[in-house]
Ligand binder design. Structure first.
Ligand SMILES: *Cc1c(COP(=O)(O)O)cnc(C)c1O
Length: 392
């Protein structure tokens, strides 16, 4: 069986993890800051805050930007549920912006139109979460201009796109956003087992996220407020202050060691993923499939290789092709079932017909296997299976 995604773990990764296991600290030691430093310097962002998942990163990012009940967060329906759930964790209302039928990322014209309407009704979003679908960067510059014009914050969900660039600018630089989030789940570009990171150039947001990931506690004497307020001497070396209601979202040293080791192969991994994507493009040229379209200024990290059946293909046929490929031991998947059609979001009032581009995508998309360890021969088997299936 060929899965749609699989982690690549080397002996160097294993050695790095074992070294931590033999060391003084399993958590809250020197390795997490080293991992943060390494990701920040690669992406060019000022700060990096490592946490135990991208979901946690999205949550504390929203909290740091002050999202609360009564506010609105917008994202796309063509994403994993976590991009929307982070808004709900903060008690905010969630709404969606439809996707572009070619890039499958957030549609900037759809965003503009929705903003015009929202301004009229006084329901502008506080935070927008654009998602780098499949590893292709979103149109951040245009989104950022709209953010300045309408006064909302931008949280890039770059769970798919560490290692990608837009106009030569690495994803994660936060040049056109407030915060960018990466995921290190095993199916993603690099892994820590579970893990995530939030990047920002804003000192205050970084401080807030650092506290929120560890109970809202600070141990930095220059930040203590009770001591100052009561003009008391520093009580002692044990002293810390909880100033916010935070969580335990910390990443362990074990995970961070794996992350540092994996990060060393990031360029090589993204290179191999692009090579495999090119091979698919060539093999499928001329077939009745819509292929991923990477904008010319972008380099995709190719987290996913998604193809779409022609628009108007019935759901029965989509399902039959999907089942047939799985029967041929090609473990295809679907990215994504539109989030607004999940029962939880249906209960909040969403329903079919609201975001037609994302819904069409959900009815025609098929994710084919793409991962670093996929051999050319295995990929040829996938191509062969797809060719046969489409011919039936
Ligand atoms: C994987 C993923 C997440 C969640 O990542 P975790 O690290 O598993 O919490 C969020 N958003 C998108 C788009 C993802 O693909």
């Amino acid at each position: 069986m060929i899965p749609y995604a699989r982690q690549a773990v080397t002996q160097a990764d294993i050695d790095a993890v074992v070294e931590v296991l033999r060391s003084e600290f399993l958590t809250q030691g020197p390795v997490v800051p080293r991992f943060e430093q390494a990701v920040a310097s690669r992406t060019g962002s000022r700060h990096a805050v490592a946490v135990n998942s991208a979901t946690s990163a999205l949550h504390i990012a929203c909290m740091a930007m002050g999202l609360k009940a009564g506010d609105v967060l917008w994202t796309v329906p063509n994403t994993f549920v976590a991009s929307a759930n982070c808004g709900r964790y903060c008690g905010a209302e969630v709404d969606f912006v439809d996707i572009d039928p070619v890039t499958w990322n957030l549609s900037v014209p759809a965003l503009e139109e929705k903003l015009t309407l929202a301004e009229r009704s006084g329901r502008l979003p506080k935070i927008l979460v654009p998602v780098h679908f499949g590893g292709q960067p979103t149109e951040q510059q245009a989104i950022w201009e709209l953010a300045k014009r309408y006064g909302f914050r931008v949280l890039e969900d770059a769970s798919h796109s560490i290692g990608a660039t837009r106009g030569g600018e690495p994803v994660g630089s936060c040049r056109w956003s407030d915060i960018t989030v990466f995921s290190f789940h095993p199916v993603k570009i690099i892994t820590t087992g579970e893990g995530g990171m939030a990047l920002t150039n804003d000192d205050r947001l970084a401080d807030a996220m650092q506290m929120l990931r560890t109970h809202g506690i600070t141990r930095d004497p220059s930040r203590f407020t009770a001591v100052t307020r009561d003009s008391m001497p520093l009580p002692g070396g044990w002293y810390y202050e909880q100033q916010l209601l935070g969580f335990n979202y910390r990443l362990t040293e074990i995970h961070a060691a794996l992350g540092i080791s994996q990060l060393e192969r990031l360029d090589a991994n993204v290179g191999r993923r692009n090579e495999l994507a090119e091979r698919y493009h060539r093999a499928f040229a001329g077939m009745p499939l819509q292929l991923p379209a990477v904008q010319s200024m972008n380099r995709s990290a190719y987290h996913l290789y998604v193809v779409r059946l022609p628009e108007g293909t019935g759901q029965g046929r989509h399902r039959a092709i999907f089942d047939d490929l799985r029967k041929r031991d090609i473990h295809v998947n679907l990215h994504y079932q539109p989030v607004h059609l999940q029962p939880y979001y249906r209960l909040l009032g969403f329903g079919p017909g609201q975001f037609p581009q994302a819904e069409t995508h959900g009815m025609t998309a098929i994710t084919l296997p793409l991962f670093v360890g996929l051999s050319d021969a295995e990929q040829d088997r996938v191509v062969d299976a797809v060719t046969k299936t489409l011919g039936t």
